[in-house]
Design a protein. Structure first.
Length: 105
């Protein structure tokens, strides 16, 4: 079944690093800027996720590692994150970990 909607939730944190320093601010900024069209993605009945480990460098997200339940989701999240320009200052030494959860509407 095709999904009509957008990214439903940027939610579950994998590690505790996001809560240190600017993590919550970064989380909010990424949430506002990460809208992904999933109309051409086939989501399964199991959990549809993408785990991303990244750093911030020169107001951009530098992905260190990305895993996903689907190759399509992985590419869409990767492409979107790489286009984001962050407006606040974040610790460039900090490693952030996010888990994107996708659900059918």
């Amino acid at each position: 079944m095709k999904v009509k909607g957008l990214l439903v939730a940027l939610s579950l944190l994998i590690g505790t690093s996001v809560f240190a320093g600017n993590g919550p601010t970064l989380f909010k900024e990424i949430s506002r800027k990460t809208i992904i069209d999933l109309s051409d993605v086939e989501l399964g009945d199991e959990i549809n996720y993408t785990n991303v480990i990244f750093k911030v460098h020169n107001d951009k997200i530098k992905i260190l590692k990305i895993e996903s339940s689907s190759k399509e989701l992985k590419e869409k999240v990767k492409n979107r994150l790489e286009k984001i320009v962050l407006t606040s200052d974040y610790d460039e030494e900090q490693v952030y970990r996010y888990r994107f959860i996708f659900e059918k509407e």
